[in-house]
Design a protein around this ligand. Structure first.
Ligand code: ZN
Length: 261
């Protein structure tokens, strides 16, 4: 692993002063590769904070274009980006802010056909799509590739965070299950899907969930324990954060849990 440069020691000096963070943590981030799927209200803060924190490689995936109605919460974009592909516009902005990060935009949607190929070289995947079908595609691909997956969603004043880590064997007592354990595909959609267009979302609520995703992502990339096996539910009107535990589901078709309920 390369030596940390003097410039990096200055740039990250406050980070390095924090408890449990070492020069080794910084090196791990520099040599890490993360995939951000969806560059909307979640993906913009996630990508911004991961690049700023020194994550070495970011792959940004989104087939959508920037719209004027996105700007209040999709903070990497301005009026000049309207009509441009979100992954490309985000990569251009982040490369200007953080030239040391290697940022690769992919202007296409993740599907069950291309998911494993798009995610294969990563250390971590962050789902910022806020779509039920996309989360299942990413959950299945991450289980096949044994990659940790940080899932976020937000609607109106509230949001949810869930971390899935398939690096633990599904048959081990330490397995924490997966997204499909919690929301089996055959039981339909758990919440209104991709609903911010229809129901609205508060920009700071989606931004806070994005930062929580970035927080968990940095912990995982630095080799620290993340908040697996739990759903974190944030309600921003009361500023309440509720933790709900969930267990691996017997017979889950994705994580293959065969043990006890
Ligand atoms: Zn499962």
């Amino acid at each position: 692993m390369a030596q940390t440069s003097d410039a990096d020691l200055v740039r990250f000096s406050r980070f390095l002063l924090a408890p449990e963070v070492t020069e080794e943590s910084l090196k791990k981030l520099r040599s890490s590769s993360a995939v951000v799927v969806g560059l909307g209200g979640l993906g913009c803060p996630v990508a911004l904070y991961l690049a700023a924190a020194g994550v070495g490689q970011l792959k940004l995936i989104d087939a959508d274009t920037v719209d004027l109605s996105n700007l209040p919460r999709q903070v990497l974009f301005g009026p000049d980006n309207c009509g441009q592909n979100k992954a490309q516009a985000a990569a251009t902005r982040l490369s200007a802010l953080h030239p040391l990060a290697r940022i690769q935009p992919i202007a296409q949607a993740v599907t069950s056909e291309n998911a494993q190929q798009l995610l294969a070289s990563a250390d971590l995947v962050i789902d910022c799509t806020d779509r039920f079908a996309s989360r299942h595609v990413l959950n299945e691909a991450c289980h096949a590739l044994k990659l940790p997956l940080v899932i976020g969603s937000a609607l109106q004043w509230s949001g949810q965070l869930l971390v899935v880590d398939p690096r633990t064997d599904a048959l081990s007592p330490n397995s924490k299950g997966c997204y499909a354990c919690l929301f089996p595909k055959d039981q339909g959609e758990p919440v209104v899907d991709a609903a911010c267009g229809a129901y609205g979302v508060i920009s700071t609520a989606v931004g806070l969930i994005g930062l929580m995703q970035a927080n968990e992502a940095l912990k995982i990339l630095m080799g620290r324990p993340a908040a697996t096996g739990q759903i974190w539910q944030l309600e921003t009107r009361s500023l309440g954060l509720e933790q709900m535990r969930f267990r691996p589901r017997k017979g889950c078709l994705v994580c293959g849990r065969l043990g006890k309920e």
